[in-house]
Design a protein around this ligand. Sequence first.
Ligand SMILES: [Mn+2]
Length: 358
Amino acid sequence: MSKPFGVSSDHHFHSFTAFATVNDKGVNSRLQATLDAMREHAAAVKAAGGNKLFLAGDTFHKRGEVAPSVLNPVMDLFRELVAEGFEIYVIPGNHDLERNESMRVGNAVTALEALGVKVAHEPMVVDLSDDHKVVLFPWYATTKDLIEAMMSWRDELTFDEREFDQEPWLDAVIHAPIDGVLPHLPEHGLTHEGLSGTGFNRVFCGHYHHHRHMGDEVYSVGALTHQTWGDVNSKAGYLIVTDDQVKHYETTAPKFMDVDNVEDEEGLLEVNGNFVRVKIEVATESELETIRLGLLGYGAAGVVIHAMKKTVMTRATTPAPSGGHSIENSIKEFVTKRSLPAAAHALCVDILKEAQAA
Ligand SMILES: [Mn+2]
């Protein structure tokens, strides 16, 4: 029997510009919302009777350069959490890397080691109890390397334990693209069946920003919070894990959401506290303002209206696919056609997200 523990991922601590202000401590409000969400996560683990937090990669957002006004508030938060008795384990994700390969001096999360946070530059084994271990794996350049590392560690850990009656319960924390978490992204050959086949009892995986149980006790952790319009409809939050249960919880951080119908009063209740985007045909500036004020009245934390002029011309061509995924689909086709590696695809998606976040 182990104590409950927490898993969260893809915090992407960063001073995002969209909807941002600067608070009286000089901290970007979007960064502050993510810091607050991390606090909520820690408080929930404590309330459940645990003190271990596992971070599944992409703690920081900007590859190779973390601003002082991001690093210092993040260091302050983790310093407080360690002082409160939390044991924190972090794997470097692709966003934490300055170079293509994960290495101690090139990983932004290495700074957290000074606070007592443990960073898994190499696979790291954490004992939860006599027969329950959590193994953390850093980012690997290929999914094949990851699977091989997981299998060899699994063999080693169970071999050591053969003198005992029972094989240990093994959980893994990784950062990698699992096929099918986000259906509009290309497949890289890393399946939940393949991960389950490594012999780990449960796998908690960061990278794609959507929480989902993929089957076979393989979980996409999902990001702690929404970060860009690319996250509309994705499930963000953190996990509380017990011996027999994995539960996902949302935080109070703002979500990015599309509102399709500004007349639907019940639907509008959802906008409270969130960043809202409306695409609408309007005739006048005052109509726009009415909609904007209406959404703010329902508690929206920010409003973007994409006004399209009413048009009398009929389209000669098929309209482009609507929604936030058409560019993602184009990237997916491009990457799939050229059989590019997961790392190249991750970079394309990062660049798109960066553009969407501005
Ligand atoms: Mn990420």
